[in-house]
Design a protein around this ligand. Structure first.
Ligand code: AMP
Ligand code: GLY
Length: 416
């Protein structure tokens, strides 16, 4: 079977790498892919959000399965369009992808079905949000743009002034465009975080092994939020009891609620959870694999990923045993200087051929004059599988030190 992976980051390189290992897969295409996917797949000059071009390519080239990495095409209805055309595609349709596409929708759903999450207020007018802040006494407070904002639409404001500025930027200056037409202001929670990812078909949920993402740019969780600067699997805080609790109180009621709302979900459900003193609470839902969580989860998967994707599409997940390796995994992100704000591109990367005992998943790279150059904020993710997370990290950091590009930025405390 020929498969098409939509997207061009570290997550998509990992998906392509895993799918290429399947005996059933004859060829992998990536749209648009990166310098890393070029080594194992054929990159296509098609953007991950050019739905008509993706559809045309899949139809004209007899693609047996399309797998979508990023959220934007899912929220924009790529699954709906492929299904109408009779093409097989893995992921939620637009009605279900709203779980990530609208934070207001998700908060209302969580409250309606009694699923634990932070208290919140929603606003469509800046003046009303500012009035609310005037009367609010507790800070920090969390401000979120309703729509998609490339992971940047969440502000944690330490003071009223900061919160006011955040509201103005989102609602008046439109820094996130239409995504900020509506906002929510929610209670600030504290506690360790957990990324819980599940394979979901119309009837069955299969949780993946756990992971922990390191979201801030700076060590000791300081500085701006990023897409993720590293990840480990398993998450040391996770056990069978916590998994059962989250399934019963969070994941299953969410999926049942979506069915009741006429929005049945299938694909990957990624729940960001905070382990508060009052118990696990939902931070957010994503409707796709996490990046860089995928880089530590999929290397531990023993079952053929293609079989899992097919089972989800056919609603036969209950009949498949999803098996995991008992080893651990870690990944360290090498980012461009300045990320998550402005950063340079086109810098030559050296040392990739010196890497030993790790897999380098490319995130923001491109090929130029037969060299690999930087082309994104997160550039590379160095993944290692080993008996323990600590061993995996040691190897990932050794390899991270052998790779060079100007301004290479990483956190030295992944795993802490
Ligand atoms: P989200 O995109 O909603 O997951 O938010 C990004 C990050 O912001 C989360 O991983 C948390 O670290 C933080 N965050 C979001 N909502 C809250 C909240 N209500 N309280 C504390 N931290 C939060
Ligand atoms: N690592 C966080 C995300 O993929 O949303």
């Amino acid at each position: 079977m020929k498969v098409l992976v939509v997207g061009g980051g570290g997550r998509e390189h990992t998906l392509a790498w895993k799918l290429a290992q399947s005996a059933q897969v004859s060829k992998v295409y990536c749209a648009p892919g990166n310098a890393g996917t070029a080594g194992i797949a054929t990159n296509l000059p098609i953007s991950d959000n050019d739905l008509p071009a993706l559809l045309r390519f899949a139809r004209d080239n007899n693609i047996g399965l399309t797998v979508v990495g990023p959220e934007v095409p899912l929220v924009n209805g790529i699954v709906d369009e492929f299904e109408v055309a009779g093409l097989r595609i893995f992921g939620p349709n637009a009605r279900a992808a709203i779980l990530e596409g609208s934070k207001v929708f998700t908060k209302e759903l969580l409250y309606k079905y009694d699923i634990p999450t932070a208290e919140y207020h929603r606003f469509t007018e800046a003046s009303k949000a500012l009035e609310f802040l005037d009367s609010n006494k507790t800070y920090p407070i969390v401000i979120k743009a309703d729509g998609l904002a490339a992971g940047k639409g969440v502000l944690i404001s330490l003071t009223k002034e900061e919160a006011q500025q955040g509201v103005r930027e989102m609602m008046e200056d439109k820094v996130f465009g239409l995504a900020g037409d509506e906002i929510i202001i929610e209670e600030f929670m504290t506690g360790p975080e957990l990324s819980m990812l599940c394979f979901v078909d119309s009837k069955t949920v299969v949780p993946m092994v756990s992971a922990k993402d390191y979201k801030r740019i700076g060590e000791n969780d300081t500085g701006l939020n990023t897409g993720g600067m590293g990840a480990i699997s398993p998450n040391p805080l996770y056990d069978n009891e916590l998994e059962a609790h989250c399934l019963e109180h969070i994941i299953e009621p969410t999926l049942a609620g979506m069915r009741k709302e006429g929005r049945p979900f299938k694909g990957i459900l990624y729940c960001g959870i905070m382990l508060t003193e009052a118990g696990p609470k939902v931070l957010e839902y994503n409707v796709r694999f996490g990046d860089p969580e995928t880089q530590v989860i999929l290397p531990r998967l023993k079952t053929d990923l293609l079989d899992i994707f097919e089972a989800v599409i056919d609603d036969t997940l209950a009949d498949l045993e999803v098996k995991w390796d008992q080893s651990a995994a870690a990944t360290v992100v090498l980012a461009s200087q300045g990320y998550p704000e402005a950063y340079p591109k086109g810098l030559v990367i050296s040392g990739l051929d010196q890497v030993k005992n790790s897999v380098v998943f490319h995130a923001g790279t491109a090929e130029k004059d037969e060299e690999v150059v930087t082309s994104g904020g997160r550039v590379l993710t160095i993944t290692t599988r080993a008996a323990t997370v600590a061993d995996a990290l040691t190897t990932s950091y050794q390899n991270a030190d052998t790779i060079h590009f100007s301004g290479k930025t990483m956190r030295r405390d992944i795993g802490s």
